[in-house]
Write a protein that binds this ligand. Structure first.
Ligand code: HEM
Length: 223
């Protein structure tokens, strides 16, 4: 007997999947590249050059990042608009996580729009008119100049924190929604694993950002 899937079910599953693949995977790659700031301007600029030399890079960016991101973001806002929080009636931690997932989604929508226009396209008048991607030799300096401005650094710390929370909690949701972690004990242990993953990823993300204003990052190059 053929099984008919509702349109909402398919759209919802695609939304969940896109959060992990490609977006979550891309975030890990992005933090890896950003961490090249820790070993100095040349290493970071070379990493940007390497990325830009990937064959068909424009199509990779459009198909692998922009389209999934726009789909996930727009459908995520639709889901958020339908949200009916009940935290005051049922103050369970999972209810708060449900609400924070939506709040961080909205923060990400504005942060990622700003971030892509700012560094990928150099289209923030009065702040930056140089695309990092097309000025690879100057990539480190373009980012460092902005990160020395405290309000911009603050925006990035909030953006990185919201992104990491959204992904770490999102991985937990994905594993449960897709029937990969079943049972109370498995879900509790996966929850701890996602917390550890989130804390490590947050440190890596913030450290990479600090690497643009302090040689070696938070630890000043000790490790
Ligand atoms: C750009 C704006 C974004 C918005 C508005 C947004 C919104 C949302 C919302 C509302 C959910 C909860 C869906 C549900 O409970 O069914 C969600 C889940 C998720 N998001 Fe996002 N998101 C955004 C960006 C991102 C990014 C950049 C990533 C990856 C780094 C990401 C990864 C995930 C993951 C892994 C899930 C869990 C999927 C699941 O529920 O199984 N999201 N997003």
């Amino acid at each position: 007997m053929a099984i008919r899937l509702s349109r909402t079910f398919v759209l919802r599953k695609l939304h969940q999947l896109s959060g992990i693949f490609p977006l979550g995977i891309f975030l890990l790659e992005h933090f890896y590249t950003n961490s090249k700031s820790l070993t100095g301007p040349n290493d970071f600029n070379n990493a940007v050059k390497d990325l830009q030399s990937i064959p068909y890079i424009l199509f990779v960016e459009i198909g692998g990042i922009f389209i999934p991101l726009i789909y996930h973001a727009v459908y995520g806002l639709v889901i958020t608009a339908e949200t009916r929080p009940n935290n005051l009636h049922y103050p369970y931690s999972r209810n708060w996580f449900y609400l924070i997932q939506r709040i961080t989604g909205v923060i990400l929508f504005f942060f990622i729009t700003f971030h892509v226009l700012n560094f990928r396209f150099g289209l923030i008048p009065g702040l930056n008119n140089q695309s990092v991607a097309t000025h690879a030799n100057d990539a480190f300096n373009i980012v460092a100049r902005e990160f020395h401005m405290w309000p911009i650094m603050f925006v990035y710390v909030i953006g990185i924190t919201a992104t990491v929370w959204h992904l770490a909690n999102g991985i937990w949701l994905f594993l449960v929604d897709w029937g990969i972690t079943i049972g109370e004990r498995a879900q509790r242990l996966t929850g701890y694993a996602c917390v550890v993953f989130g804390v490590v990823l947050l440190l890596v993300g913030i450290n990479a950002a600090v690497g643009f204003i302090r040689p070696g990052g938070l630890l000043g190059g000790i490790i």
